[in-house]
Design a protein around this ligand. Structure first.
Ligand code: COA
Length: 172
């Protein structure tokens, strides 16, 4: 298969917004109200918000390109960009999203391995992420990739508080 992982820069802002909205909507539309989904998409993926994230030196975005089509993306955070105070020895996978038609083809594993490579190169000791307690598919995937539950935190979808499991993979 032809697959490439490409680091995003500011010129990718518009494309990043499109893939972010599309994949988030597809993943969660069935389990959330239209109002909460709309509110979340408009705030989390506004061009202003994404621009701040793209230009934060402690965050990195990558597109996964499969047969010349951008089919998903990865967002990594270190230091203060992490959504919890996990410290300088941790790397967060904040977002890992693929279009439905390419899931279960090994691309998720490829992106996890990309995150592991970057974490090891920058001397991190663990990788962590938050996953909605109802996202059974992703939880099973992360378990397969060697992550274990180490805590919980709250996530707001519009005005609804949801519980995320924090899952961690030690690197040493
Ligand atoms: C979660 C997601 C990134 C996983 O990526 P993927 O490409 O579908 O997964 P892969 O094909 O790379 O799977 C890697 C391994 O995990 C296993 N796996 C994947 N999903 C699984 C599941 N639901 N149950 C059990 N094992 C699973 C695969 O069998 C594979 O095992 P192998 O290494 O023995 O072959 C992808 O499905 C996705 O984007 N989902 C929608 C968005 C989402 O929920 N993102 C996470 C938000 S926290």
């Amino acid at each position: 298969m032809t697959v490439e992982i490409k680091k995003c820069n500011i010129e990718d802002l518009q494309t990043l917004q499109e893939i972010s909205k599309e994949t988030f909507y597809d993943a969660f539309k069935d389990q959330n109200s239209t109002e909460n989904m709309k509110a979340y998409l408009e705030s989390a993926f506004s061009l202003n918000h994404l621009k701040k994230e793209l230009t934060n030196i402690s965050s990195q975005f990558f597109f996964v390109i499969f047969h010349n089509e951008i089919v998903g993306y990865l967002k990594l955070n270190t230091g203060d960009a992490q959504s919890e105070k996990m410290g300088d020895e941790s790397l967060e996978i904040e977002r890992i999203y693929l279009k439905g038609k390419v899931q279960k083809n090994g691309l998720g594993k490829l992106l996890i391995n990309k995150a592991i490579d970057i974490a090891i190169e920058s001397n991190k000791k663990k990788i962590w992420l938050g996953v909605w307690e109802k996202n059974e598919n992703a939880i099973a995937f992360y378990q397969k990739m060697g992550f274990v539950q180490t805590g919980t935190h709250s996530f707001y979808m519009g005005d609804e508080e949801q519980l995320d499991f924090i899952m961690t993979k030690a690197l040493i």
